[in-house]
Design a binder for this molecule. Structure first.
Ligand SMILES: NC(=O)c1ccc[n+]([C@@H]2O[C@H](COP(=O)([O-])OP(=O)(O)OC[C@H]3O[C@@H](n4cnc5c(N)ncnc54)[C@H](O)[C@@H]3O)[C@@H](O)[C@H]2O)c1
Ligand SMILES: [Zn+2]
Ligand SMILES: [Zn+2]
Length: 363
């Protein structure tokens, strides 16, 4: 048995996405069918469409989602029909070398559903980040479902499934930001603003936001930035040093992911400070720097995959902080759109007009 629903598919590199029929198999062992309530539009969806992730077209796009468990397969114990869940792309395996060393946040063998969702003609779909949630329903592995408080707005909670978690985690989990720290964040899109919100949450004393777009800097203030730098007008490294008594910030987060922004992050640090790279570079980008600078400035240079999150630990906690009014997650939702509006949302994202457009499913 299976069921047919609407889904947004990218068939060919660079071509506009299409709303088509998608066949969802009944859940097999360890699998779950989720009735999707809301799903954010992330840059990674556009990167899939542009062929920037891999060539496994056609893709079923969408991965920042929340919904309700519809049905579960054999042996599923962590969720039951009716549960409100946020979908994640880190269903830890418990068996790989990272998991076995007690580092499940680095799991190298995360779970996805074993069965494939297909087009009506049987063509297998590749779900974006193993999720594929620009669809009325999707099939995932049980470990990809994280139960959170159902009082949360699904359009807001779903964003924890990717970019917002990546940013908050880059600050708190990877960067280890804590009270009294000075933090600078380069690039204030959804990920950078989430890093700002995370730094504010844990009591950073000064949070410096850097962007090339004045509107983004206004938004960054709403998430807790205490100072802003327009990189078109001022040199970010010098200005961050000026704002930190000449020393630099304790933690600098690069949420753009380009050689020039990473270098700014490197040199805008205090001695022995931390750089966190959470923006994703493209394969052709390279870096050339004097090796002695790495040695003499000390500290740590880190990358943050999905904010080093553990969904089971972090999602319920962050939803709870949001419901208590301590974390303004709702501010990431710039607009709510329909399932047919995704191409337009890609354009708005490309032009920097939104933090997140979120598809809300009407039934
Ligand atoms: N590491 C992870 O697990 C993870 C997860 C999700 C997203 N990401 C990545 O994080 C990055 C940011 O994602 P986003 O959704 O916030 O994107 P976005 O496009 O919304 O934001 C990027 C921001 O950077 C600004 N910017 C661009 N060039 C700049 C420069 N030279 N100096 C200062 N600011 C500059 C832009 O104006 C924009 O505000 C992307 O590379 C994305 O792929 C990483
Ligand atoms: Zn593992
Ligand atoms: Zn994403």
């Amino acid at each position: 048995m299976s069921q047919t629903v609407r889904g947004v598919v990218s068939r060919k590199k660079g071509a506009p996405v299409e709303l088509v029929d998608v066949v969802i198999p009944d859940p097999g062992p360890g699998e779950v069918v989720v009735d999707v309530t809301a799903c954010g539009v992330c840059h990674t969806d556009l990167t899939y469409r542009e062929g920037g992730i891999n060539d496994e077209f056609p893709f079923l796009l969408g991965h920042e989602a929340a919904g309700t468990v519809e049905s579960v397969g054999e042996g599923v114990t962590n969720v039951a029909p009716g549960d409100f869940v946020v979908l994640n792309w880190r269903a830890v395996c418990g068996q790989c070398r990272a998991c076995k060393r007690g580092r499940p946040h680095l799991c190298f063998d995360t779970h996805n559903a074993a069965q494939k969702m297909t087009l009506a003609d049987g063509t297998e779909l590749t779900p974006a980040l193993g999720i594929g949630a620009f669809a009325d329903k999707t099939l995932v592995h049980e470990g990809q479902c994280t139960k959170v408080d159902s009082a949360a707005d699904p359009a807001v909670a779903g964003l924890l499934g990717c970019g917002v978690m990546a940013g908050i985690g880059a600050a708190i989990n990877t960067g280890g930001v804590s009270r009294d720290d000075t933090v600078a964040v380069i690039g204030c899109g959804g990920v950078g603003d989430a890093a700002i919100a995370g730094a504010a949450l844990v009591g950073a004393k000064r949070i410096i936001a850097v962007d090339t777009d004045a509107k983004k800097l206004d938004w960054a203030r709403e998430f807790g930035a205490t100072h802003t730098i327009n990189a078109r007008e001022l040199d970010p490294v010098e200005t961050i040093q000026d704002l930190t008594d000449g020393f630099g910030a304790d933690v600098v987060i690069d949420a753009v992911g380009r050689p020039e922004t990473w270098k700014q992050a490197f040199f805008a640090r205090d001695l022995a400070g931390t750089v966190v790279l959470v923006g994703v570079p493209t394969p052709e980008m390279t870096l050339e720097m004097p090796l002695v600078d790495f040695f003499s400035r000390g500290g740590s240079l880190k990358s943050s995959w999905y904010g080093d999150c553990l969904p089971e630990r972090d999602f319920p906690n962050l939803v709870s902080l949001y419901l208590q009014g301590r974390l303004p997650l709702d501010k990431f939702v710039t607009e709510r759109i329909g399932i047919g509006d995704i191409e337009e949302a890609f354009h708005k994202m490309h032009n920097g007009e939104v933090l997140r457009s979120v598809v809300v499913f009407d039934r």
